[in-house]
Design a protein around this ligand. Structure first.
Ligand SMILES: Nc1ncnc2c1ncn2[C@@H]1O[C@H](COP(=O)(O)OP(=O)(O)O)[C@@H](O)[C@H]1O
Ligand SMILES: [Mg+2]
Length: 286
């Protein structure tokens, strides 16, 4: 093997587990927000469903350990979850369940205090397990908790693309700014895509983007991308009440249509280019 080959092999071996996922070209996308209740869980679950329907192999990771609710909005009662995986009682494959449209779901553990702040060992186990999955995924979507707690930062760093969800409420905007600031300054995250949820119309949504991107440009010298908006739509809470996915229960609703458009846009976007396989992401907590 020539020197370049040896170097390449060394790099591969030294990559943290989350990075190795990219050999399979899995796009790992975290969906996050500064403030809770802005629609992350609904968005992540529906995006995963829409991707799956498009024929993309998709894993949905419920990383909101405090209040897991993907299982609730899907009306499923999984036997095992992240907790069992992290305790070494189950492998990831054993804990992953199949949801609507063929989405694969790793449920989170709800209401277990020790899950709210994962230890270094647990974080490592999770990355190892993700890397060891037999299935190749096109997309891995991570539904995070809101805010800037350690776990949230961790899952955002495990992803290479971050969708920040904000609603038009002023507090949602300031919290989104605070979250981006911490991720950028403290964790060197760079690619942020803003998704405005529950907007009245496109003008209102674009206004949110303008205000937020003005702030990140001005104070952080950081441009952010505009991914799009999802209108406020009564069918969303209706679907939640039925414990069905919006995109499945109300495929013709306004919100489903905009979600589908956004998912198509996401698919067209180039993930960050990893040139020669160099590591753009370093999990500093490991
Ligand atoms: N586009 C929307 N239109 C109307 N209601 C929405 C929309 N998106 C989310 N909701 C409602 O907002 C609430 C919070 O959504 P959820 O996905 O649980 O937020 P998060 O995960 O960010 O805490 C839910 O009751 C949901 O029905
Ligand atoms: Mg949630």
């Amino acid at each position: 093997m020539d020197q370049a080959g040896v170097l390449r092999e060394m790099k591969t071996k030294m990559m943290p587990p989350a990075i190795r996922q990219k050999r399979h070209n899995t796009r790992v996308i975290a969906v996050t927000s500064g403030k809770g209740g802005v629609g992350k869980t609904n968005i992540t679950a529906n995006f995963a469903y829409i991707l799956s329907k498009m024929g993309k192999r998709t894993l949905l990771l419920d990383a909101d350990a405090g209040l897991a609710n993907i299982d609730v909005i899907l009306g499923i009662t999984p036997k095992y979850n992240l907790y069992h995986v992290l305790r070494g009682e189950k492998t990831l494959s054993e804990a992953v369940v199949e949801g609507p449209g063929g989405v694969r779901i790793l449920p989170a553990a709800s209401g277990i205090p020790e899950m709210v702040e994962l230890s270094k060992g647990q974080k490592f186990t999770l990355l190892e397990e993700l890397d060891g999955l037999d299935e190749d995924f096109d997309f891995m979507l991570i539904d995070t908790a809101a805010g800037i707690a350690g776990n949230v930062m961790y899952f955002n760093m495990a992803a290479r693309e971050i969708i920040v969800v904000a609603s038009p409420e002023p507090t949602s905007l300031t919290d989104a700014y605070a979250l981006i600031k911490v991720l950028y300054q403290g964790y060197a995250a760079r690619r942020f895509m803003l998704l405005v949820n529950m907007a009245g119309d496109s003008n209102e949504a674009e206004g949110v983007y303008t205000r937020l991107s003005n702030a990140t440009n001005h104070f952080l010298d950081l441009p952010i991308e505009y991914l799009g908006y999802i209108p406020h739509d009564r069918n969303v809470p209706k679907a939640v009440k039925k414990q069905r996915l919006l995109a499945e229960a109300f495929p013709d609703s306004k919100a489903t249509k905009s979600m589908s458009e956004i998912v198509e846009k996401l698919c067209r976007k180039q993930p960050e280019d990893y040139e020669d396989g160099t590591i753009k992401f370093f999990d500093r907590s490991l």
